[in-house]
Design a protein around this ligand. Sequence first.
Ligand SMILES: [Zn+2]
Length: 170
Amino acid sequence: MENEKSTSSSLRIGEGHDTHRTISGRPLIIGGVHITDADFGLDGHSDADVLLHAVIDALLGATGQGDIGEWFPNTSDEWKNANSTKLLDAVLQSILKRGWRIVNLDCTIHAERPRMALWKPKIRIRLAALLNLLPDVVNVKAKSGEKVGPVGRGESISADVVVLMVRETV
Ligand SMILES: [Zn+2]
């Protein structure tokens, strides 16, 4: 009981969203996974991993640390063609240092093609490993764009992420 009195936990929710245009001649990387059945990639300063960018923004949002553009300016040569797993790791280390822990993460990928259903389990396992979590607290959903709008016409791929975080303070 004494412990309960002297320990309080703070819960914070964060959301992240990202969109990148599709472009030929680049590999398609989503959630740190190379989607090999796509004949296109995503345009962007880094490797344009739309899901990891949304995860980063959700983590920064929950812990009140701004957004991905402030951390990794797209004018900086340092992040040109950067592997987004490196960006995620830098943010994760900062968050862990501040005493935050991820409770769970829920993601949605919006893509008309390729069919993401086959890739969801692989992305889930990869994302959990990148965040040092068990896969059961990382959920990955996928939706098509129903052939309407930029996603439905295959012009872009988007991702939405919600994260719940907790910090125990003594
Ligand atoms: Zn992005």
